[in-house]
Design a protein around this ligand. Structure first.
Ligand code: FAD
Length: 508
């Protein structure tokens, strides 16, 4: 009998493993282990969403005639590590070989690589068959500097996979329709409700409780996240017909009363591989092909770029630059993450709202993650290890291959500019432009140095001043430094003084 190991983010029933006619010689093994629940403190909704999707996948495989051995978190024989549990199964099931799908995370990639020396059996690794780029393609692309620019990488994949392309030229004459996107949402169009699922997850919740698994975040239900491929497909169809028509337009918008706006909320389903990125992109492109009266190219291209572009791009960077990413602290930030990330409480309306959304739903959309929470952690000089740990724990879609490049690279610039060409920072101005947060905030968005001035305003200029030596020669920062150079020195001293006070105070 061959043991085939499946991880919680490998719930892909279209994998070629499951297309084999004769399944009698395979034992599919899935396990809930504390090495996965405890490697970082995680949001309860995240763990529950993963475990309920895993349990459902195991049932689906069994119903298709596969032999499945599922180890629950509270099973008495659970040794809570992949190696130890496998050791036990080798004896009980007379296992002759081990197959596994390549993990997406470096941590597990290393653990599984050691299987060959731990077990004296044949061990074979398989691609997950999920991403547009295979691991060997990633290694090839990573050798060329030009592919570390999202735009080059994205165009290459558009052409290679013939997505929104005719004769190697972009549909509509442009590769990028950003200029038409990114408006503030002021109730111009109603936001359709998000899809809810009535999944009973009480068994998972009870089992976690019995094992005293430490979690954080609000938990009432996990009705926003699918547990099966069927539910994920419903979510995808709903997105395409109801939300895609305004996706790009309001992609960067934020609002106090709206958590998802026109975002797809598909990251969990894709990251656990219930949905393939290829089918998501195909469905969106096909819909556009027959419904151009309902959805514009700018919306479609904007969405496809997130998946064919950003999602594949950050994975390419993750595997090629793992060491630089994992340990980078280019800006030498050493401080603790402010309390608001754990409590949702701050006088700063924007930070409080985005942190609270994250704690309530294990979700925040991209601009909340980048331009509010990431921006704040960065300007408050938080240690990138602390920032990583929070991001990896809080979001339902957080798996290191996608979390690390986004957090450490794009949002904290701790990699010194591998993922992003400049730090993503802003003062109150940008946040006010894209949201209604400032309207109900007790801080003043216009001033910099008063007692009630928005903290972002002094923190922003202080950041530039502090990092002048590191950033001034960056072409994309030239305009900011030109503005700063015109600033009155006394004003700059006052700004720095206020920023120091805020950074020391931490809980604003
Ligand atoms: P939509 O806005 O509807 O976008 C559609 C899809 O595009 C997403 O589902 C996602 O698969 C993909 N996508 C969009 N932007 C990115 C990106 N920058 N990188 C990779 N894929 C992208 N995404 C994760 O899946 N897991 C994470 O742990 C994660 N951490 C992040 C941390 C920070 C600091 C930042 C700035 C971004 C992070 N992202 C992460 C990317 C992005 O914010 C989420 O994918 C997105 O918010 C998920 O919500 P959605 O499905 O509604 O996305």
């Amino acid at each position: 009998m061959i043991l085939r190991l499946l991880l919680g983010d490998q719930l892909n029933d279209a994998h070629s493993w499951f297309q084999e006619q004769d399944q009698s010689n395979y034992l599919y093994v899935m396990m809930e282990v504390q090495s996965e629940t405890n490697y970082v403190k995680q949001h309860k909704q995240k763990i529950v969403a993963f475990f309920s999707a895993m349990r459902n996948f195991a049932e689906t495989l069994s119903s298709k005639g596969c032999q499945v051995y599922y180890i629950k978190i509270n099973d008495s024989l659970n040794k809570h590590s992949f190696e130890e549990n496998i050791k036990g199964l080798i004896e009980s099931f007379s296992i002759t070989a081990i197959h596994y799908q390549l993990p997406d995370e470096y941590r597990l990639y290393q653990v599984f690589k050691n299987f060959k020396s731990i077990f004296s059996l044949e061990v074979k690794a398989f691609e997950t068959e999920h991403f547009f780029c295979s691991l060997s393609e990633i290694a090839e692309l990573g050798k060329e500097k030009k592919y570390y620019l999202l735009e080059n990488f994205y165009r290459h994949l558009r052409k290679k996979h013939q997505v929104l392309v005719i004769n190697d030229k972009p549909l509509g004459g442009k590769w990028n329709f950003d200029a038409e996107n990114r408006n503030k949402w002021k109730n111009q169009v109603p936001i359709p409700h998000v899809v809810h699922f009535k999944n009973d997850v009480s068994d998972v919740v009870e089992d976690l409780k019995a094992m005293n698994i430490e979690t954080f975040g609000k938990f009432t239900s996990i009705s926003n996240y699918p547990k099966s491929r069927e539910q994920a497909l419903l979510q995808l169809d709903y997105f395409i017909t109801h939300l895609l028509p305004h996706f790009g337009t309001y992609q960067d918008a934020m609002h106090t009363d709206e958590v998802w706006l026109f975002h797809s909320n598909l990251s969990f389903a894709m990251n656990v591989k219930m949905l393939s990125p290829n089918e998501v992109v195909q469905k969106v492109e096909d819909y556009y092909g027959t419904n151009q009266d309902k959805v514009g190219l700018a919306q479609v291209e904007g969405f496809i770029r997130q998946i064919l572009g950003w999602r594949e791009f950050v994975r390419m960077v993750y595997w090629n630059k793992f060491n630089e990413l994992k340990s980078g602290n280019f800006l030498e930030h050493e401080r603790a993450l402010p309390e608001v990330y754990w409590t949702g409480k701050s006088k700063m309306k924007c930070v409080a709202t985005c942190a609270q959304n994250s704690l309530d739903h294990a979700y925040a959309h991209h601009i909340q993650r980048l331009m509010v929470l990431g921006n704040y952690a960065l300007l408050m000089e938080s240690h990138p290890d602390e920032v990583d740990a929070w991001y990896l724990g809080v979001y339902v879609d957080a798996i290191e291959w996608v979390q690390l490049p986004n957090t450490r690279g794009m949002s904290q610039f701790a990699d010194g500019g591998i993922v992003a060409t400049k730090p993503y920072i802003s003062s109150a101005n940008y946040i006010d432009k894209m949201s209604n947060y400032c309207a109900s905030c007790s801080f003043d968005k216009k001033t910099k140095t008063e007692e009630n001035s928005c903290p972002f305003n002094s923190l922003y200029w202080h950041f530039l001043d502090r990092n002048r030596n590191r950033l001034e020669s960056n072409q994309r920062m030239k305009m900011m430094y030109a503005m700063m150079n015109k600033m009155d020195q006394q004003e700059l001293s006052k700004i720095n003084e206020r920023a120091h006070f805020l950074i020391e105070k931490r809980n604003l």
